[in-house]
Design a protein around this ligand. Structure first.
Ligand code: NAD
Ligand code: LMR
Length: 349
């Protein structure tokens, strides 16, 4: 959907390799990985990006050389740790997308990834706080419920914290919810937006099926099955990939969609973009206060967020949800609290 729109506008623009001083730079950290490569390919199609900067501990020169032959306007550079590669990748970036880290194998929870990915995300965030403190940080690396607080704590320590600019990418839950609902209700278009709130792991993923538009009556059996499939869609892919990784292509699609939403709001000045994303509830003190009241004072939550020029503009309330959804929310809150605390303590230790 976004790709065809972007491709049409690409066709109207002339090719250029120069990058202006006020160019829009997007850095992808973990760019040579299963998500990083297709995500970078999708971002290469966007005319909102002037410079696509790819960083990984290995293989980014090859990925960048390959992508750089695509005849869209953006310049592509590839960086590895040698020669100040991380600094070069990050300096002046407007948006930093982080899919760096290890994925799950069958039998693992996302929380099992914490011991490896927490340190990776902390170190990348430390560099971003130094070299592009005003960048919008889009965190894909799991466990998102904890890695987003890690990035926030690193930015606080560095004195450059702006909660409006740090996002956990939970778009894949929204993408799955739309797709799975359309498979159950054949008159629902698969691109129909479905709100998914909470966090990004198992039972913290809460699809709000009571608000699907056009309004639908689901049987309790359908609600149970759909909710479970959306909450554990990641496991479906992990199992099917049989030890070779987790969702990469659907995640690249979701990550590119969210990154382009952020660019549209922050760089192109497009108003009215609303999408669920996992953010600090301090990002909009007024709206965040309402959601805190609805969630027993959580500090981070994926709610519908209106994006604006600075990132988060407004956090929208959960509002009126069904008794079934209220129960899911009540069950998710203690896990979300402990996931956040784990991330915060990791940085303060
Ligand atoms: P992958 O192993 O294919 O790729 C990860 C890449 O990160 C590798 O290329 C690796 O070299 C790189 N990397 C490792 N340490 C690094 C460092 N210090 N700096 C830079 N790069 C580094 O894994 P993947 O399938 O792309 O998944 C990446 C992460 O995304 C995992 O944690 C996974 O759980 C998560 N994920 C999140 C979502 C979501 O919805 N938020 C969806 C799918 C996957
Ligand atoms: C997903 O939802 O697909 C990702 O979080 C990857 C995973 O571990 O399931």
């Amino acid at each position: 959907m976004f790709a065809s729109r972007q491709l049409t506008s690409i066709a109207r623009r002339s090719f250029s390799t120069s990058v202006a001083a006020n160019a829009t730079k997007v850095a992808v950290l973990g760019a040579a990985g299963g998500i990083g490569q297709p995500l970078s390919l999708l971002l290469k199609q966007s005319t909102l990006i002037d410079h696509l900067s790819l960083y990984d501990i290995v293989n980014t020169p090859g990925v960048a050389a390959d992508l750089s032959h695509i005849n869209t306007p953006s310049k592509v550079t590839g960086h590895v740790p040698e020669n100040d590669g991380l600094k070069e990748a990050l300096v002046d970036a407007n948006v930093v997308v982080i899919p760096a880290g290890v994925p799950r194998k069958p039998g693992m929870t996302r929380d099992d990834l914490f011991k490896t990915n927490a340190g990776i995300v902390r170190d990348l965030a430390t560099a971003a706080a130094k070299y592009c403190p005003k960048a919008h940080m889009l965190i894909i690396s799991n466990p998102v419920n904890s890695t987003v607080p890690i990035v926030a704590e690193v930015f606080k320590k560095a004195g450059v914290y702006d909660p409006r600019r740090i996002f956990g990418v939970s778009t894949l839950d929204v993408v799955r919810a739309s797709r799975f609902v359309s498979e159950v209700k054949s008159d629902i278009d698969p691109s129909t937006a479905v709100t998914v709130i909470g966090g990004h792991s198992g039972t913290t993923i809460i699809p709000i099926l009571s608000k699907v538009q056009p309004s639908k009556k689901f049987t309790q059996e359908e609600l149970d099955a759909l909710t479970h499939r959306i909450q554990f869609g990641g496991d479906e892919v992990v199992k099917a990939k049989a030890g070779t990784g987790s969702a990469t292509l659907s995640m690249a699609f979701a990550g590119a969609r969210f990154a382009l939403n952020v660019l549209e709001a922050t760089v192109a000045g497009k108003a009215g973009i609303v999408t669920p994303t996992y953010v600090s509830l301090e990002a909009d003190p007024e709206g965040g206060k309402v959601v805190k009241g609805e969630t027993d004072n959580l500090e981070y939550f994926a709610s519908n967020v209106e994006l604006g020029p600075e990132g988060v503009k407004k956090i929208l309330p959960i509002g009126d949800i069904s008794e079934f959804e209220k129960k899911l929310l009540a069950e998710a809150i203690p896990q979300l609290k402990s996931n956040v605390q784990k991330g915060v303590e990791f940085v303060s230790a």
